[in-house]
Design a protein around this ligand. Structure first.
Ligand SMILES: [Zn+2]
Length: 358
C-alpha cells in the first residue's frame, strides 16, 4: 500500500497503528478508544459485529399473541365500520339485523384459528428463512435470510435507537421491542437480537459517522391510531344506543359509531403529532380552533340524523371536545418541548436500550 487512507472519524491520515474495522476502513487507534474503549478491546480481540436471529428466537406463542392481537384489532374495526356504514345507509333493514358483535365473533374467531394453525407450523416455516444475519462487510450492510442476501451501500443507510416493533416484522416473532434500527433503501431492519453486541454496534455507528435519525413518528401512527379507533368505536356505539333510546331514531347508533371511530383515530393521531414523538417544530400548524372547527363539522354532519337543531347541538358539543383535546395536547407539548427535555428523553432511551453509560 503506497498511499495511506484517512481515518473516517478524524479525517487525519492513519498511522501504522490503525485498526481495520468491519466496514473495511482503517481507523486511528486513538479515535476508536475515544469513542469507546470497549469497542477497541472488542475489535482487538477479533470480535465480529454480527446480529443473529436464530430459529430458537422465534416462538410460536409470541407469534400467536402478536399477530392475534393485530388480527383482532383490525377485524373488530372492519366488522364494526362495515356494519355501521351498511346500517347508516339503510341496507338490510327489513331482515333481522345482525349485530356487529356477531360479525366480530365469526371473523375474529375464524382468523384466530388460522393464526393458531400457522403458529403450529411455524416451526417448519422458520427453517427456510432463518437464521437472519445482519453485519457489515467491505463498505456494505449485509442482511441475510437463510440463503438469500441483500446488500446496501453504507452511504445509503441511516439508523436510530428506539422502537423496533412494526418497523421490522421479524420483531413480532421474536418479541424484540427496542434496539438499533437501520433504514435502508429496502425498508427497516432491527438489530438487537444479539444484545451482547448492541453497545458495540452503537459505538461503531458513531465512529463510522453513519447519519442518525430521530425515531420516525410514522411508526407510532398505526398502533396509536388503531387503538384510538377501537376505543372511539365502542364509545360511539354505546352513546349511539343511548341517543337512539332517547330519540327513537335507530340511525343514531351507526352514526355515532362511525363518528366515534373516526374521531378516536384522529385524536390518537393528534396525540402522536403533538406529543414527544413529534419533531421539534411541528406543533404550531394546527391550532385548537381549527381542530374545533373540524370536529364541529363532523359532529354537525352526524347530527343531521335528528334534523337541524340536533345538528347544531351535536356540532357544538363535538367542536368543544375537539378544541379542548387539542388545547390539552398542545399544553402538554409545550411543557415538554424545551430542548433539554428532548435530550433527557433521548438519553434515557439510550440507557434503556443499551443498558450502559455511553
Ligand atoms: Zn482518527
Amino acid at each position: 500500500m503506497t498511499q495511506r487512507a484517512c481515518c473516517p472519524y478524524c479525517g487525519e491520515r492513519v498511522s501504522d497503528k490503525a485498526v481495520r474495522l468491519w466496514d473495511g476502513r482503517r481507523y486511528c487507534r486513538s479515535c476508536i478508544k475515544s469513542v469507546s474503549p470497549e469497542l477497541y478491546e472488542f475489535a482487538r480481540n477479533g470480535g465480529q459485529l454480527v446480529d443473529v436471529v436464530k430459529a430458537s428466537d422465534v416462538r410460536s406463542l409470541l407469534y400467536l399473541i402478536n399477530f392475534g392481537k393485530l388480527l383482532l384489532v383490525f377485524t373488530f374495526l372492519f366488522c364494526f365500520l362495515f356494519w355501521g356504514l351498511l346500517t347508516l345507509i339503510g341496507v338490510g333493514k327489513e331482515e333481522d339485523p345482525i349485530s356487529p358483535w356477531t360479525l366480530f365473533a365469526f371473523f375474529g374467531g375464524g382468523g384466530l384459528i388460522l393464526v393458531l394453525l400457522k403458529s403450529l407450523i411455524l416451526k417448519i416455516i422458520k427453517h427456510f428463512h432463518l437464521p437472519r444475519i445482519l453485519k457489515f462487510k467491505k463498505g456494505e450492510l449485509i442482511v441475510r435470510y437463510g440463503k438469500k442476501q441483500k446488500r446496501f451501500p453504507l452511504e445509503k443507510c441511516k439508523w436510530y435507537v428506539g422502537t423496533t416493533t412494526l418497523c421490522d416484522l421479524i420483531c413480532l416473532y421474536t418479541g424484540l421491542r427496542q434496539g438499533i434500527v437501520f433504514q435502508t433503501p429496502d425498508g427497516f431492519f432491527s438489530c438487537g437480537h444479539s444484545p451482547e453486541t448492541l453497545k458495540h454496534w452503537y459505538a461503531f455507528l458513531r465512529l463510522m459517522r453513519m447519519p442518525r435519525l430521530p425515531v420516525p413518528r410514522s411508526v407510532f401512527y398505526i398502533p396509536y391510531g388503531s387503538l384510538g379507533m377501537v376505543v372511539g368505536t365502542l364509545v360511539g356505539f354505546g352513546l349511539g344506543h343511548i341517543v337512539a333510546m332517547m330519540t327513537g331514531q335507530e340511525r343514531w347508533i351507526p352514526g355515532c359509531l362511525l363518528l366515534g371511530a373516526f374521531e378516536g383515530g384522529l385524536i390518537a393521531s393528534m396525540y402522536v403529532y403533538y406529543s414527544h414523538y413529534a419533531c421539534q417544530n411541528a406543533y404550531q400548524r394546527f391550532q385548537p380552533a381549527i381542530w374545533g372547527l373540524l370536529f364541529f363539522i363532523m359532529g354537525a354532519t352526524t347530527g343531521f340524523i335528528g334534523g337541524n337543531p340536533a345538528a347544531l347541538f351535536t356540532g357544538s358539543l363535538n367542536g368543544m371536545i375537539g378544541a379542548v383535546v387539542a388545547w390539552y395536547l398542545l399544553a402538554q407539548r409545550s411543557e415538554l418541548s424545551s430542548e433539554e427535555k428532548e435530550k433527557e428523553l433521548r438519553q434515557g432511551e439510550l440507557k434503556e436500550v443499551l443498558g450502559h453509560e455511553h
